[in-house]
Design a binder for this molecule. Structure first.
Ligand SMILES: [Zn+2]
Length: 170
């Protein structure tokens, strides 16, 4: 069935896209949480293999151009314990943008319930990030900051409900 691609807007046979990249989930050991997503309470069951028909094949391929170097040059070397320092290029910023853009578009996302001024900020981010990942706008046009903190395996000792608000980890 043809539907509109969330990124380029073309009518296409959409592909199931992971909202949180699959390579991240391959490393999870039952301690993931993302309050941004409704799957929070049962993250492994509900989010791990969760995907949505969001992107046309071309856009899915395009986003993969940012995902592959993050997996190959940062994530896996770190997980193997080989590296703690990494060289990177724009693809790292574009990767962060693409994940956050997918979170905004996800059916699981709950930002529509935020107060109006926060909703407007999310809408601004969505539009700016859309241009950065679809039209290859330079990343310096992104006024938002993204942080990626790498951890070894974590064991969750705090009740999920006690975690700070807007704390995301995968
Ligand atoms: Zn597309």
């Amino acid at each position: 069935m043809l539907a509109e691609c969330a990124l380029c807007g073309d009518e296409a046979e959409l592909r199931g896209s992971h909202i949180i990249p699959r390579f991240v989930f391959k490393q999870l050991k039952g301690s993931s949480a993302s309050p941004f997503l409704r799957g929070y309470e049962n993250p492994d069951e509900r989010v791990q293999d969760y995907n949505e028909e969001l992107l046309c094949p071309d856009c899915a391929e395009h986003l993969n151009e940012f995902e592959s170097p993050v997996a190959g040059y940062i994530y896996h070397p770190y997980q193997r314990g080989n590296s703690t320092s990494f060289s990177h290029d724009d693809w790292l910023h574009r990767f962060h943008v693409s994940v956050n853009w997918r979170l905004i578009h996800s059916d699981l996302s709950e930002w529509e319930n935020l107060p109006r001024h926060q909703r407007e900020t999310v809408e601004d981010a969505r539009d700016i990030w859309h241009d950065i990942i679809l039209n290859d706008e330079p990343v310096h046009k992104d006024p938002f900051t993204h942080h990626m903190v790498l951890f070894s395996d974590l064991e969750l000792r705090t009740d999920s409900a006690e975690l700070p608000e807007r704390w995301e980890f995968y």
